[in-house]
Each structure stands twice: as structure tokens, then as C-alpha cells.
Design a protein around this ligand. Structure first.
Ligand code: NAP
Length: 457
């Protein structure tokens, strides 16, 4: 059982912000008992009452937006404007599920020889969510809003560097008036996750995070015969063809790569640009990267803050070094970043060879990898060489190219002429080593529901 103190460290300065004591075994037991007990009554609460509480959660998020956003930025370093946008997006997700959960889980009538036959969606019980630090609020709300509207109850094991945010999320549901036990934050480390998954009171697990964590959680869930959903890493392709609006493509390629200081699973990470426009695109892209404001994430005009931890920064620096040694070229100039803290200056690498991190691995920071390609066929072939399959982007105004990209890009999503973004109205998830299952929209709500077949003779 973990008993070591856990620190939140401001990645911009390296200072310890807050120290937490992880839950003891007795604390975990009490939370699981409370979750099971609450589920029995929560599943019977009428949908309109659940919806009113969920709308109340949206109001709490908006009322305490500044506080929550500040804590997000202090703990993991994203620019404050993006932290505020994240909290607002959570409020929108709560309202979306408050409004649409009823339709998403409506009975589905089926004509058979029976008097009546239909499929009914029923909750299954306490669900464990193992979540990452990169969108400390959004990743949790996109699980919690549909789960609670479905009649399940939520248990959160958040990443160990964002426990203030984890407690703030529990505060949202408590302040909105959700009955105690509907949503609980468990301050536990990764080593305690196995015991929680195996506990008979926990009925399913969802994890957003890295491949190694996903494999471990899926193996334990499989061994316990419990459903799991995995949202893992990505190395999304971003393809630009000659018919594209070049200004828009460059602008979008910058945001797609550097938003959240480059630490987004659905960031464009590998850019394949057609030879006819490659030089014009590259010149503008390099200029735009050079103009990015890197600095204090608390300032409203900052584009790129520090990475979330020193370990993440060091891993990225190592990936870049290995890619350069392996034959890639750095297109951006070196620039000075603050010495203390987890800083890494945005960079663009070109023509990395396969077998190097730029081509083969996920780079979780503000580093874009660029290749010149002779055709869409070539771009798609290279895009699909990745072990990941989360999102993908094509910039083109040719219908035949759009059709081909939609059919052939191996990814959970293809966005045309815009960057990949999650949206409560659209299913979200990956294929290949990016995971399985879908969050958001109706899929996200039904992910952990019993689709019960009912036949009345
Ligand atoms: P991570 O190390 O896998 O951590 C994610 C969560 O899993 C944390 O709560 C972590 O707890 C826990 N964890 C780690 N190892 C575990 C294990 N063996 N068993 C059980 N739990 C374990 O991932 P990260 O570095 O924080 O997040 C970045 C990764 O998440 C990237 O690969 C990114 O692409 C991916 N991601 C995917 C999506 C998506 O929707 N597909 C969205 C966001 C991020 P501790 O912090 O206590 O170790």
C-alpha cells in the first residue's frame, strides 16, 4: 500500500506547491463501500433529477473557473487561457449529457414474434477511471458526465502530479449537490490500481494514458473479466496537399502541434507536405514557430508553457537528440528558455529516418516532424506506418483526395481542413495501439451500460 507523500510541483519553477497523503487501505475500502452503497440508490434517481444535478455541475465549473484553471496551470504548466478553456469545455460536456442522455439511452424497439421486444440501457455500477495529467479536468469530465448520467458511480485515480485538480473535480460534484459517493477521488498511486480493479464492487475500468499503463490495466481487467476502455497515445499524421488553403493549413498546423505545450494525444505530430507546396509551407511554418511566445504560463499572451514534469522534458530532449543523430535536420533555431523548470523550446525537425523517435514514437511536447512527400498515396502509406491510430488530418480541397483519406487513413478520426478536436457530440477514440472503445456522444454513455435484451411474450 502506498504511504509515501505525493507532491504537486509547479513545472514552471520547480517549486513544491502542495503535499498530499495517499489513501490508506482503510480509506480505499471505505470509498469502495460508499460507491457500492451509493450505486444502489443513484441508479433509481430519475433522469431529470440527474440532469438537474449535472447542469448544476456546469454552473459550479463556471463559477469557480478561475480557481480551477489556476490550479491546473500551477500543477501541470499549461497556459492559463487554455486551462480556462478546458474548464469551460467541461461545463459544456456536463450540459450536453444533461440534455441528451435520455435520448442516448432510450429503449430500442425491435420487431419480433413477441408481444414486445426492446433493448434497454442499464447502469452497471462503480467504474474506475485512471486518468492522465495533460487535460486534468477534461479527461475526467468526458468520463464522469456520461457515467453519472447513465446511473453509474465514478471512482477517479488521477495522475500523481495533479492531485489538487483531482480534489477540485470531486469538489465540483459535491458543490453541485450530487449525493455523497456518486463521484469519489481516490488519492492512490499506480501500484494500488490492480487491487481496485480486482475488487468485486468495481464493475469496469477506463484508462487514458500511455501504452504501458494501458497494457497493464487491460491485462488485469481481462483477468478479472471486466470491461475496459483504453484511450492511449497517438502520433497523428497531418497531410497537406497542393489544393489546400496554405495560410489556414500553416496556422492550423501550428496550433495542432503546440496547443497544451505539445502534450496532447491528438496533436498533429507528423506532418507530410506535398512537394509542390513543401517549401512555401515550411518557410511559413518555421517563421510561425519562431514567433511563438514561450514563457510564464500564468500570462494571458503565452503560447507555450513548460512541460508538465522534468522527466517528460528530459524524455523529449532525448527523443530529439536521437532523431538528430539518426539523420533528421533541425529547421528551427535554438532559443533560450528559462533555466529552472521543465522548459523545452518549440522545434521543427525534418526528414527523420524510420527507426528514429521522430518517425516511430509519440513525441509529447512542442516538436513537429516534417517530411516532403511526392503524392497522397505516399503520405497515407507513411502515416499508416505508425503503431498508433488515434486522429489524422488532411488539408485538401480535392474531393477524390478527401474520399481516399477517409477510406485509407488508419485512425479513429479523420478531420478535413481542421485540426482534430474532441467534441461531446462526436465519438472519440483510437485503433491500433491508440486503444479501443469510444468516449463521448452516445458511444461514451453506453460504454459502461448493460444493453439488456427484453422480450415480453
Ligand atoms: P501514464 O504514465 O500512462 O499515466 C496515466 C495514468 O495511469 C496516471 O493516473 C498514472 O498514475 C496511471 N498509471 C501509470 N502506470 C500505471 C500502471 N502500470 N497501472 C495502473 N495505472 C498506471 O500517462 P501520462 O504520461 O501521464 O499521459 C500521457 C499519455 O497519455 C500519452 O501517451 C498521451 O498520448 C496519452 N493520452 C491519451 C489520450 C487519449 O484520449 N487517447 C488523451 C490524453 C493523453 P501515476 O501518475 O500515479 O503514475
Amino acid at each position: 500500500m502506498a504511504d509515501k507523500q505525493v507532491h504537486s510541483i509547479n513545472p514552471a519553477t520547480g517549486d513544491v506547491i502542495e503535499t498530499f497523503a495517499p489513501l490508506t487501505g482503510a480509506g480505499i475500502e471505505s470509498a469502495l463501500a460508499k460507491a457500492e452503497d451509493r450505486f444502489r440508490s443513484w441508479r433509481r434517481v430519475p433522469l431529470d433529477e440527474r440532469a438537474a444535478l449535472m447542469n448544476g455541475a456546469a454552473e459550479v465549473l463556471e463559477a469557480k473557473l478561475e480557481l480551477y484553471a489556476r490550479d491546473i496551470t500551477l500543477e501541470m504548466g499549461k497556459p492559463i487561457t487554455q486551462a480556462e478553456a478546458e474548464v469551460k469545455k467541461c461545463a459544456a460536456a456536463c450540459r450536453h449529457y444533461a440534455a441528451h442522455a435520455g435520448a442516448y439511452m432510450r429503449d430500442e424497439t425491435v420487431q419480433t414474434e413477441a408481444h414486445r421486444a426492446f433493448v434497454r440501457h442499464l447502469p452497471i455500477g462503480p467504474v474506475l477511471a485512471v486518468m492522465p495529467w495533460n487535460f486534468p479536468f477534461w479527461q475526467v469530465f468526458r468520463f464522469a458526465a456520461p457515467a453519472l448520467m447513465a446511473g453509474n458511480v465514478g471512482l477517479l485515480k488521477h495522475a500523481s502530479n495533479v492531485w489538487r485538480s483531482a480534489l477540485n473535480i470531486e469538489d465540483v460534484f459535491r458543490s453541485a449537490g450530487f449525493p455523497e459517493g456518486c463521484f469519489q477521488t481516490l488519492l492512490i498511486g499506480a501500484s494500488d490500481v490492480e487491487g481496485v480493479i480486482r475488487d468485486a464492487r468495481v464493475k469496469a475500468v477506463t484508462l487514458t494514458g500511455s501504452g504501458p499503463a494501458g497494457r497493464s490495466v487491460a491485462a488485469i481487467a481481462g483477468d478479472s473479466l471486466k470491461p475496459s476502455l483504453l484511450e492511449l497515445g497517438g502520433s497523428d499524421a497531418f497531410i497537406v496537399m497542393p489544393s489546400a488553403d496554405l495560410d489556414k493549413a500553416v496556422k492550423t498546423a501550428v496550433t495542432a502541434r503546440i496547443q497544451n505545450s505539445g502534450q496532447s494525444c491528438i496533436a498533429g505530430k507528423r506532418f507530410f507536405v506535398h512537394a509542390d507546396i513543401h517549401d512555401a509551407f515550411t518557410e511559413r511554418y518555421v517563421t510561425a514557430f519562431g514567433a511563438l511566445k514561450v514563457g510564464d504560463p500564468m500570462k494571458k499572451d503565452t503560447d507555450v508553457g513548460p512541460l508538465a514534469t522534468l522527466k517528460i522534458r528530459d524524455e523529449l530532449a532525448d527523443q530529439v537528440d536521437r532523431s538528430l543523430k539518426g539523420g533528421a535536420t533541425r529547421l528551427t533555431r535554438e532559443r533560450i528558455v528559462p533555466g529552472k523548470g521543465a522548459w523545452y523550446a518549440p522545434a521543427i525537425l525534418a526528414e527523420a529516418h524510420s527507426g528514429t523517435p521522430s518517425a516511430d514514437e509519440e513525441m509529447f511536447g512542442p516538436v513537429a516532424n516534417l517530411w516532403k512527400v511526392p503524392s497522397l498515396d505516399d503520405a497515407i502509406a507513411r502515416a499508416n506506418r505508425s503503431v498508433f491510430g488515434l486522429g489524422s488530418v488532411l488539408f485538401s480541397n480535392e474531393e477524390s483526395e478527401i474520399d481516399q483519406a477517409v477510406r485509407e487513413l488508419e485512425a479513429g478520426a479523420t478531420f478535413i481542413n481542421s485540426m482534430v478536436a474532441s467534441d461531446p457530440r462526436l465519438p472519440f477514440g483510437g485503433i491500433k495501439e491508440s486503444g479501443y472503445g469510444r468516449e463521448l456522444a452516445a458511444d461514451g454513455l453506453r460504454a459502461f451500460m448493460n444493453r439488456k435484451t427484453v422480450s415480453i411474450a
